[in-house]
Design a protein around this ligand. Structure first.
Ligand code: ADP
Length: 269
């Protein structure tokens, strides 16, 4: 599957409204075929992640952003299903604590940047500081606008020091969000996911869409690209994300480190 079509090319205009969240380009099959295709990819991902961990020369940061009910949790669960938990960590960024809020917006983020051999998944991220912060007017516009620059520089710093970065925006439609939120109300097993705040945020859908569009456009660079992934169909979204992850690992020229000397013919007695 050609996933490069989802990569946001630096400097090119981006119109989220032109990207169909229900589309599934490059995959003609049905849902069952998509699920089967993912089942073939995840063992490969698991193997590559182990190699990545053993190799220990690279660091990988994966960022997930989406509207509420956009599917971040489900994607992370499905794509990273079988990986070795030793080498992968997920960090969720919530409303800043008073201590975090008393610092610059990257202060709480940098300590979570991955180390050698580590894959770190951000479930929300420093992008909240140009999204929810913009929509709710939490800091003056001049300040959040400068953050695009700071984010680009911060990510470039990580890249220059040996980190690979991929960023995913899971793109759902407003109707699909309604369907998913309704499900959280109707299905008792999903009540725990429901928050009244989500309904308030839904009223600001257009503001969020504008904020996402600008943030992605401003910060999709060659070295830290954004992928806008059609998100209405979970199985298609998972397939795209897994494919990008696989390509990313494969681009790294991973290898097992040299074995300790003297292993040849060594017999355990
Ligand atoms: P999620 O929706 O990711 O599953 P929560 O329901 O706990 O998790 O939502 C986390 C909330 O924290 C979101 O509403 C998000 O906008 C908010 N948040 C995250 N980072 C910031 C930030 N820097 N400033 C203000 N709010 C933030």
């Amino acid at each position: 599957m050609d996933v490069d079509r989802f990569r946001v090319k630096p400097g090119k205009p981006l119109r989220l409204a032109d990207i169909d969240p229900a589309a599934r380009p490059g995959f003609e099959g049905k849902k069952a075929d998509g699920v089967a295709a993912l089942a073939e990819l995840t063992p490969q991902l698991d193997r590559l992640q182990e190699l990545f961990y053993a190799d220990g020369r690279h660091r990988l940061l994966v960022v997930f952003q989406a509207m509420d009910a956009g599917g971040k949790d489900g994607t992370i669960r499905s794509v990273f299903e079988g990986v070795n938990p030793q080498g992968v960590s997920v960090v969720s960024f919530k409303v800043p604590t008073p201590d975090q809020a008393a610092h610059d917006f990257l202060w709480r983020v940098h300590p979570h940047a991955p180390g050698n051999g580590e894959v770190t998944v951000f479930n929300r991220s420093h992008y909240e500081d140009v999204l929810v912060v913009r929509v709710h007017d939490l800091v003056p516009e001049a300040r959040w606008r400068r953050r695009y620059h700071h984010i680009r520089e911060f990510e470039q710093l990580l890249v220059d020091e040996g980190t690979t970065i991929v960023k995913f925006f899971l793109h759902i439609s407003k109707d699909e969000q309604a369907r998913r939120l309704q499900e959280r109300i109707d299905d008792p097993r999903k009540h725990w996911k429901f928050s009244h705040a989500d309904l308030e945020e839904r009223k600001r859908w257009d503001d969020y869409a504008a904020a996402y569009q600008d943030a992605i456009h401003e910060t999709s660079t060659t070295q830290a690209p954004w992928y806008v992934v059609p998100g209405n169909r979970n199985w298609y979204r998972n397939l795209v994300v897994a494919t990008v992850m696989l390509n990313t690992f494969q681009s790294l020229d991973l290898r097992y480190p040299d074995p300790p000397p003297g292993l040849d013919g060594l017999k355990i007695t």
